[in-house]
Write a protein that binds this ligand. Structure first.
Ligand SMILES: *Cc1c(COP(=O)(O)O)cnc(C)c1O
Length: 343
């Protein structure tokens, strides 16, 4: 802990992490009498590897990034929570968010008792770079959350703007890339060597089709990864998930075929939605959903629910918008048929 020492709370710097049985002995072949497990094989009688070494080796090969830069969490939501707990003293430190954006950043801050500094996106949903830099340097901002592509607006954030924020602040800049697989641009994980204050969140919940497995990734320089490892629950990724995702990654990559269909459907749905009389705007999307502005979001939402189609009413984030996740082709057709009958 050196260049980033200012980020960590004093108690986090001082604490002695829990040392599990699997921390203290790491050999492979043994008679295991150390963890009070049931000795009879049920398939899951042993605790999982607390550092998920086998799965991390597979992921780091796939992404061509060192394992020492990878943390695995129970969804990226666990990484968000741990980042708050590692950096923000309750009642003292702040995070910075750019609404409208993903709701979990504020929830994690509220749980921790951290303040939330808001620098809203511009009218075109872009980063207000200078205000972000100024607000960060004037207030005690430990974490800046940038969601790109952003949820719920769907657009990518400007690369140059993010570079300015990385260079001109000493907060930890968290880039949430939950939807990066739909955006057709390189990931920020390739810039981790360059920026010691960069952390990139990715997830198996969207493009990989594994939301039920709860597996998220955080990529950053080893100093940051080590702090997350020190404070995480010892066995945060369960053996089922480790097995499922290892199998998934050992087979041919399924995401290309999912992505092909989803991107084609996104384009078609965007076009079709624009022809509907009550649709005011379909925002440009780099993700697997469309944000659509309509005359009356609540009335449309209720109408669709009545037809058995559930979208997300995002009126509270952007006035009179609904967010539509791209479904299977047949589902999107049914959605359009229902919308054509809406009066
Ligand atoms: C869906 C989503 C995630 C994924 O969270 P998990 O806990 O990994 O399922 C993260 N960030 C954003 C912005 C999302 O929309």
């Amino acid at each position: 802990m050196s260049a980033l020492n200012h980020l960590w709370r004093e108690n986090i710097r001082q604490m002695v992490p829990y040392s599990s049985a699997r921390d203290e002995y790491q050999g492979q072949e043994a008679i295991w009498l150390d963890a009070n497990e049931n000795p009879f094989p049920t398939g899951l009688n042993r605790y999982p590897d607390p550092y998920q070494r086998e799965l991390k080796a597979i992921i780091s090969r796939m992404k061509a990034q060192p394992e020492s830069q990878l943390f695995l969490g129970h969804g990226s939501d666990e990484a968000i929570d741990l980042l708050l707990r590692a950096t923000c003293d309750p009642g003292k430190d702040n995070i910075l968010i750019c609404p409208p954006t993903y709701g979990m950043y504020r929830v994690a801050a509220d749980i921790q008792g951290a303040g939330v500094v808001e620098v809203p996106l511009t009218s075109t949903f872009n980063l207000d770079t200078q205000r972000i830099v100024e607000a960060t340097n004037q207030q005690s901002v430990k974490l800046i959350f940038i969601c790109s592509p952003n949820n719920p607006t769907g657009n990518l954030m400007d690369r140059q703007a993010i570079e300015t924020i990385l260079s001109e602040t000493n907060a930890l800049v968290v880039i949430d890339e939950a939807y990066v697989d739909f955006a057709g641009i390189p990931s920020w994980i390739e810039s981790i060597e360059k920026y010691s204050n960069l952390l990139v969140l990715q997830t198996f919940s969207k493009a990989w089709g594994m939301a039920g497995a709860r597996l998220g990734m955080a990529w950053a320089q080893p100093e940051i990864i080590q702090v997350l490892n020190r404070i995480k629950p010892p066995y945060n990724i369960n053996q089922f998930t480790l097995n499922m995702v290892s199998d998934l990654l050992s087979a041919p990559d399924p995401t290309d075929s999912y992505r092909k269909v989803i991107l084609r459907e996104r384009k078609q749905l965007q076009k079709a939605l624009q022809t509907l009389p009550f649709v005011q705007k379909v925002f440009r999307s780099d993700a697997n959903f469309l944000l659509v502005q309509v005359e009356d979001a609540k009335r449309l939402y209720d109408y669709l629910v009545d037809k058995g189609i559930v979208v997300r009413n995002r009126h509270s984030a952007v006035p009179n918008t609904i967010r539509i996740t791209i479904g299977q082709p047949e589902e999107n057709t049914q959605l359009l048929n229902a919308l054509k009958q809406f009066t």
